[in-house]
Unconditional design. Structure first.
Length: 79
């Protein structure tokens, strides 16, 4: 619902920066939840209205063992 609502307010070609967690273990449990590109681009997530542009990799170091903060850039598709 959040991703759909966001897409309704964005102009075509608008850019979204998303930060997510990447966990070495316990990926099926959360919070924090382990999120990858495929999760972001599911039809029920951003995939319904956005295209994947780029992974920024680890954006900064967390003081949480085995967890990385990852950045992703998405672009709103044409209306």
């Amino acid at each position: 619902a959040y991703c759909q609502r966001l897409s309704e307010f964005m102009k075509s070609n608008g850019v979204v920066y998303v930060e997510v967690k990447n966990k070495e273990s316990g990926r099926e449990f959360g919070p924090p939840y382990h999120v990858e590109k495929d999760d972001l681009m599911e039809e029920t997530s951003f995939g319904g209205a956005f295209e994947y542009v780029k992974s920024l990799g680890e954006v900064y170091t967390l003081n949480m063992g085995g967890i990385k903060q990852m950045g992703h850039i998405l672009r709103k598709g044409l209306r």
